[in-house]
Design a protein around this ligand. Sequence first.
Ligand code: E4P
Length: 217
Amino acid sequence: MKFFVDTANVEEIRKANDMGIICGVTTNPSLIAKEGRDFNQVIAEIASIVDGPISGEVKATTTDAEGMIKEGREIAAIHPNMVVKIPMTVEGLKAVKVLHAEGIKTNVTLIFSAAQALLAARAGANYVSPFLGRLDDISMPGIDLINEITEIFMMHDIQTEIIAASIRNPIHVIDCAKAGADIATVPYKVLEQMTKHPLTDQGIAKFQADYKAVFGE
Ligand code: E4P
């Protein structure tokens, strides 16, 4: 399973990229709004840091296929690595079909059922983003959705990649890896949490103490 970082914050993206663990970035309208900066400027900056797929979503207020297609073309023109993120609706699927025919990559987002994932794949999406954490939030096990989609895509030899999204903790990440998701898009905070183990910290402290006891600083 590969890792994308799920943020529009360039400092976080730089830190994750420097660790060598990510090969892509996902953003969404809420993450862009949190930065309070111009969309094109933020996306261009991200593209200058990470050499891999960068998902930029159409405006949250754009709900018709025509509008999404227009914005999708604009997003794709920002950088060759751009992937246009489109919400899972009938209009969204129409936009995916057209953008796919033009060779523009898409990531269908806000996937909460296997049926939605299958439709998005058949419309020509390069990626689908099932949201794990938001299902957990309403007491429905999000991991069941990831398992179901991976099973169906494997059974039918569907090449659309599954990006496990709405990841909230390291256990989510490992569960998605075990379920066979192609990618997990992970907030920077969770990537950092994944680096930690108390025995690692204790081990470093002991190595330092033992070394200093004999060789000094
Ligand atoms: C996915 O691409 C979304 O940006 C993201 O994972 C949503 O996560 P949230 O449910 O924590 O907002």
